[in-house]
Design a protein around this ligand. Structure first.
Ligand SMILES: Cc1cc2nc3c(=O)[nH]c(=O)nc-3n(C[C@H](O)[C@H](O)[C@H](O)COP(=O)(O)O)c2cc1C
Length: 221
């Protein structure tokens, strides 16, 4: 098989796996590889507004099951279960500690570049996307970026024969309350964006249903 066919094969292999083989655990090296593809994912301005919480504690999984209708079988059976958190509005503002730290410590920008990138970013939030003053819209914008990491992790997993299921079927406030109670979310810096379960399938998936390429692509020449 050539490379393109191998990659497409992984896209066909990936499906929203509902139930995983409880006897099969993903080995540490493979799971580190999956997380690394999340870490290397792109984000707007490179500000990485995310955190990936790997939930391997069964008591916590049981608690989450009560407020996560979309993962009734995935929570108890998956080998690894990840909650993707996104930073909330105050922690995404140009002057916030996180954004300043990203520019200085992580991106290692010199002070004048921190200044100019910071003001460009502020203008983008204020004028281009009109996010300032709308905390929920700003949080959702941060969430959108976590979905890039989500997609990359699921595709990477599929490329090494590991199944996954993305999950949005949960009560956001109730999940956050549980995570706060458990000390996983501290204060108001993070909210829950989405979840993803990883493991090995127990049964074959239903055939894929997708619109034809003509229906989803519009060429402008
Ligand atoms: C953002 C997102 C959230 C989803 N939430 C759930 C969920 O809570 N529970 C579930 O079983 N499937 C969930 N799915 C899976 C979709 O139903 C599935 O991807 C879609 O029907 C296409 O099927 P396929 O992924 O098997 O090709 C979600 C998918 C996405 C992309």
């Amino acid at each position: 098989m050539n490379t393109k066919e191998q990659i497409l094969e992984a896209y066909r292999f990936r499906h929203a796996c509902k139930q995983f083989d409880e006897q099969r655990k993903i080995n540490a090296d493979d799971f580190d590889f999956i997380l690394e593809t999340g870490r290397l994912s792109p984000s707007s301005f490179g500000f990485e507004p995310w955190k990936f919480v790997v939930v391997q504690n069964n008591d916590l999984r049981d608690q989450l099951k009560t407020v996560t209708w979309g993962a009734q079988r995935q929570l108890p059976t998956s080998s690894h279960f990840v909650i993707l958190l996104a930073r909330t509005a105050p922690y995404m503002a140009a002057q916030s500690t996180h954004i300043q730290k990203m520019m200085t410590d992580i991106q290692q920008l010199p002070p004048e570049a921190v200044q100019s990138k910071g003001s460009m970013y502020h203008n983008f939030l204020q004028d281009d996307f009109k996010l300032l003053g709308n905390d929920r819209a700003m949080f959702e914008w941060a969430c959108r970026q976590t979905y890039i990491a989500l997609g990359n992790m699921m595709t990477a997993a599929a490329q090494i024969g590991i199944d996954s299921c993305p999950i949005e079927g949960f009560d956001k406030e109730k999940v956050e309350a549980i995570l706060r109670e458990e000390g996983i979310i501290i204060g108001d810096e993070f909210g829950v964006s989405c979840m993803v379960a990883f493991g090995y399938r127990v049964s074959d998936p239903r055939p894929k249903t997708r619109q034809a390429i003509k229906q989803v692509v519009q060429w402008v020449k």
